[in-house]
Every structure is written in C-alpha cells, then in structure tokens.
Design a protein around this ligand. Structure first.
Ligand code: OAD
Length: 256
C-alpha cells in the first residue's frame, strides 16, 4: 500500500502508542465490514442503510409492532447479504491479535469468521444470526441460517412473536456484555476505534469513557467524524488497508 507522508508519520505515532501499551482493545462499527461489501448505516448518501430505509420503521419496537412482517423481511434480506460475504483484511488483522478483546457494534459475525474466539467478542448490538422471543420475560433464542431465514412466527415456548436478536433504537444493550465493555474501557492503555461514526449512544460513549480513564485513542476511518475528534492519532483510510500496517508485528492483549 502507498501511504501519503502525513499518514505514514501518523502511523508511526500510532505504532509508538501501541508499543507502550499493555492493555489494548478494539471498538468497531459498520466501517469494519464495509470492505466485505456490507453497507454502513449513515456515512454515504446512496448506499448507507439509513439513507434508504427508515430506522424507526425497521429498527424499533414500535416499527416491529406496527408491521412485523416487513421488519422480518428486511432483516432476512440483510441476512441473505451476510450469507454472501467474507471477512476482509481488517477483520483478519484484528483476528491476528487473539489476546485482544473486540467490542463491536456490528451484528454480523465476520470477526468470528476471521478467527476471533467467540468469547473475545462483545456484541453490543446483538446478533443478526439469531432470533429471540420478543417477550421480555422469555429467553428463547434460535440460531438462524442466513441462507434459509424463517418468516414471522410465534415463539414455541410462549407464543409471542420471534424477532431478530439485535438491539433496536430505544432498547437496552445486553447488560452483561455492556458491563464488561465499560469495565474494559476503564482500564485500557489504548482503544483502537475502527469504522464507526460514534453517533449511537450508549455505545459511542465508550470512547469518552476510555479517555476519561487515561487511555489513548487511535481512530481508523476515512472520515474523522465524532470519533476522529476524540483521537490522539487519527488514521484516515480504509480499515482493510490501515489495520494490517498498524498491527503488523504486534502481539497485543487486553489483559496484561
Ligand atoms: P455508521 O454507518 O454510523 O458509521 C460507519 C463508519 O464507518 C463511518 O464513520 C464511515 O466513515 C466508516 N467507514 C466506511 N468505510 C470504511 C472503511 N472501509 N474502513 C473504515 N471505516 C469505514 O455505523 P456505526 O457507527 O457502526 O445499530 O453505527 C452505529 C449503529 O447505528 C449500528 O450498530 C446500528 C446503527 O443503527 C444497531 O443496529 C442497533
């Protein structure tokens, strides 16, 4: 890859931070999977999901209750796209750091497909490859085959509708996962922030939390956005190009 001189200098600064860091974690968003061919949510006007679809209709409890068939159909369309893509160089670069925890807003499982152990990934926004019962007091879940996703149906345990096991606007994050992510971000030397607009809270607040607890922040994203403004080093570029160069030769760990 050919770096412009300022990016090369920033990359050296970022590698210097990593060399001095005992505890490093990654926090990623949709940009991590962009080079696999999955659309992001909001960074460009033509492809991004929330430019084309209404998040209240498709990613909220009220939208689901108003038209559950439409919501399930939309997620099944997204599932068919997931079935067709593979991890990219950015996922593989992160997977090359097996002792580093991955905190991700992504509902895909491309990090795991790239080789990250399932217990090393905190899925803050749930999983598109699972369905769960919509009832708050029923914990019935099913794995979904993205090639053959199921239509709207009732929970076999309690009869309430089944729905994708993702977090919708207005819903709480999965509490154990969220707690672990917050605790991690309070004890880091460096947080790698990859491909997120850092606009959706509470997840985006992890960057500020890490900074408040003296972590350095390295941001990799073609657009600086809200994350870039909080970066000690901002690396402008595609994750699949920048991450392999940034992480080459390191054996980073979250627990020292
Ligand atoms: P966004 O779509 O808001 O932001 C994607 C980010 O990825 C932008 O900053 C882009 O500049 C960046 N990007 C694009 N291509 C990239 C590449 N090749 N390499 C690196 N970065 C790239 O996505 P998120 O921040 O993940 O919520 O959005 C947060 C949440 O909003 C999502 O988890 C989702 C959505 O509503 C739920 O599903 C609950």
């Amino acid at each position: 890859m050919s770096f412009d001189p300022s990016l090369a200098a920033r990359l050296q600064r970022a590698r210097g931070i990593l060399a001095r860091s005992d505890r490093v974690a990654a926090f990623s968003g949709a940009g991590l999977s962009a080079e696999s061919g999955l659309p992001t949510f909001r960074d460009n006007e033509t492809d991004a999901l929330w430019s084309r679809y209404d998040p209240i209709e498709l990613a909220s409890v009220e939208g689901f209750l108003a038209n559950p068939e439409r919501v399930i159909e939309w997620y099944n369309w997204r599932r068919s796209r997931y079935a067709a893509v593979k991890p990219n160089a950015a996922h593989r670069a992160l997977a090359g750091q097996p002792r580093m925890i991955q905190i991700t807003q992504n509902v895909d499982h491309l990090l795991e497909q790239a080789g990250v152990a399932a217990d090393q990934v905190d899925h803050l926004h749930g999983s598109i490859l699972h369905d769960r019962c919509h009832a708050g007091d029923c914990d019935y879940r099913e794995i979904i085959d993205p090639d053959n996703p199921l239509a709207l149906r009732a929970c076999p345990r309690c009869g309430e509708p089944m729905r994708p096991a993702v977090v919708w606007f207005g819903e709480n994050l999965p509490q154990t996962t969220w707690l672990r992510a917050q605790q991690l971000c309070m004890s880091l030397d460096c947080l790698l922030v990859v491909g997120t607009s850092a606009t959706v809270y509470p997840a985006a607040g992890l960057i500020e939390l890490a900074r408040q607890h003296d972590s350095r922040v390295i941001v990799i994203d073609p657009n600086p956005g809200a994350a870039g403004n909080q970066a000690d080093v901002y690396l402008a570029g595609a994750a699949g190009e920048v991450l392999p160069a940034l992480l080459d030769g390191f054996d980073l760990a979250t627990a020292s």
